[in-house]
Design a protein around this ligand. Structure first.
Ligand code: ZN
Length: 251
């Protein structure tokens, strides 16, 4: 695998390095879950997608070690690893139904799973939660996501949204780019952390009103992500940070 970069397109290598960076960031924040979380990026030629190898933890995934599969989860390149059974159901289904997005991230953090199990779901109590609420879906728990029959239900639950809380399970975020999916996941995870941290006996939480939500929606230009469309300043900054702290992600 050492010469992989010379064997694939510049575009695929770029997708691999972005995705490898996403794994390292999730590991750095402690949002990974042994071998059980997964993130994917659509292949630039549209033939399938890139996803973490089931057997590597996020902190060891590199651009070269990322798995390349078709939309049925079949490997398109030799690897010592397969795709995770859950990733095979979730990512193929969502990437297939959402041509507007190119990256899907799914995690099972403590805060995310805690909020996913709360009947009222994500409360509108922080600026991060306000961004999430502009494009938020829920998906009811049906058991471990191993049955391909759940794919159409996942597609229907997500619809055209960018964030999804999977009940009793965890979080999912999507984006047109890897950087935008990271930003969406960050806001979703942080808003869950803030909610869990603010809850307790006899605590009365102040929720953001619909009027303020509407005002903020206009401030954000009616869209759900504030990132500039032309240049992703946040993602470029995170890549610079990783090149200092974990430069091997680009191997
Ligand atoms: Zn899961």
């Amino acid at each position: 695998m050492t010469n992989l970069r010379q064997q694939i397109s510049t575009e695929e290598w770029g997708a691999r390095t972005d995705l490898a960076a996403f794994f390292r960031l999730v590991a750095g924040y402690g949002w990974d879950d042994l071998l059980l979380a997964h993130i994917s990026a659509r292949l630039p030629d549209g033939s399938g997608y890139l996803v973490n190898p089931y057997g590597q933890i996020f902190s060891e995934v590199t651009a070269s070690s990322i798995l390349k599969v078709d939309f049925f989860g079949h490997r398109q390149m030799p690897s010592d690893f397969e795709i995770s059974p859950e990733a095979n159901v979730i990512h193929g289904a969502i990437l297939e139904s959402r041509p507007d997005i190119n990256c899907v991230a799914h995690i099972h953090t403590v805060a995310g799973t805690a909020v996913s199990s709360q009947e009222n779901g994500l409360l509108n109590i922080s600026q991060q939660s306000m961004i999430v609420h502009m494009s938020l879906a829920y998906h009811d728990y049906q058991g471990v996501v191993l049955d391909p029959a759940e794919g159409p239900d996942l597609q229907k639950s997500l619809g055209d949204k960018q964030h999804m809380i999977m009940r009793n399970h965890g979080l999912l975020a999507v984006g047109a780019t890897v950087g935008k999916a990271f930003y969406a996941l960050y806001n979703l995870q942080r808003s869950c952390e803030m909610q869990v941290a603010s809850q307790g006996n006899d605590v009365h939480l102040i929720t953001i009103t619909d009027a303020i939500m509407e005002r903020t929606r206009k401030m954000f230009g009616g869209h759900n992500v504030r990132n500039p469309e032309t240049k992703d300043l946040l993602w470029e900054a995170k890549l610079r940070e990783l090149r200092q702290t974990s430069p091997d992600f680009e191997n």
